[in-house]
Design a binder for this molecule. Structure first.
Ligand SMILES: Nc1nc2c(ncn2[C@@H]2O[C@H](COP(=O)(O)OP(=O)(O)OP(=O)(O)O)[C@@H](O)[C@H]2O)c(=O)[nH]1
Length: 257
């Protein structure tokens, strides 16, 4: 039994976002005050749900909030993870908007692991977006381990402790090096903003995915940092084997190698 008032409160906060290749239900905006270095910064938060089966599609097509809410309890959403986006400033209209497509990293983002640079990149890009005045951080929850999932990433870490690099470990487990898709995130981006964007990344694949979608990416801002003895090999492998733009190659080579 769905409460009538829940339906009337939520109906204006849901949108169906359709592209040639995907359908997603977007919920938001939701005011999200965030602690960034002791300062409260207010983002607008949205989450989206890929529409995968017929019943979900029907709920979308009939566009009834009630049908969607009824489906939610049977979807067992906590077993998977949904992606989301933190929007800052007048994202739709601002002339200059900074965006980041951040791939989830349970170990780096949540535990603060120093084996990678993910936690640093997450926090730094949120600060860069707030400082810029407008932008969005897409947090891509189906990207763990560059698409292999958390459990497989744990196995890959063990292989790395036994001498393999990141790419070799993924391949040794029968995966490709990088299977991430940006399709859903890009369709949400286009729903929220049509104007040109600047992308924070060292990864040419992210740039290519955005450009291939027709998005006007006017600039790329690199994001290297937090280099330590624990992640130097990982960072070097990104540049040497995964094709990441190597802005600070010299630093990586000399300081900890
Ligand atoms: N398979 C695997 N994935 C890892 C490892 N360390 C971090 N990751 C994942 O790598 C993803 C981030 O990819 P990165 O290569 O660090 O960076 P990127 O997203 O390609 O590029 P940037 O936009 O420049 O950050 C996250 O999903 C992490 O979970 C690892 O040792 N093995």
């Amino acid at each position: 039994m769905i409460y009538d008032n829940a339906v009337s409160i939520l109906k204006d906060k849901l949108a169906t976002v359709q592209s040639d290749t995907s359908t997603n239900i977007l919920v938001g905006p939701i005011r999200l005050p965030v602690n960034l270095d002791g300062k409260t910064v207010v983002f607008q938060w949205y989450s989206w749900l890929p529409v995968q089966d017929e019943a979900d599609r029907a709920a979308c097509e009939t566009a009834t909030t009630e049908a969607l809410i009824k489906r939610l309890s049977s979807l067992n959403l906590a077993e998977g993870q949904q992606s989301s986006v933190l929007v800052y400033g007048d994202f739709e209209h601002a002339e200059d908007a900074l965006i980041r497509m951040h791939s989830i990293c349970h170990t780096g983002d949540i535990f603060g692991s120093k084996r990678c640079d993910c936690g640093y990149q997450l926090e730094q890009s949120m600060k860069m977006i707030a400082d810029n005045g407008a932008g969005a951080l897409f947090y891509l929850a189906n990207h763990e381990g560059r698409g292999i999932g958390l459990f497989s990433k744990a196995m890959a870490y063990i292989l790395q402790e036994n001498g393999m690099d990141t790419v070799e470990a993924n391949l040794a487990l029968g995966f490709v090096d990088d299977s991430r898709s940006y399709t859903d995130a890009i369709s949400i981006l286009k729903h929220l903003r049509q104007q040109p964007v600047t992308l924070i990344t060292n990864n040419p694949k992210k740039l290519e995915a955005l450009k291939a979608s027709g998005m006007n990416v006017v600039k790329r801002v690199p994001l290297w940092g937090d280099v330590s003895e624990f992640n130097v090999k990982y960072l070097q492998t990104k540049v040497n084997r995964s094709g990441h733009f190597g802005q600070n190659e010299e630093i990586l080579k000399n300081e900890y190698a």
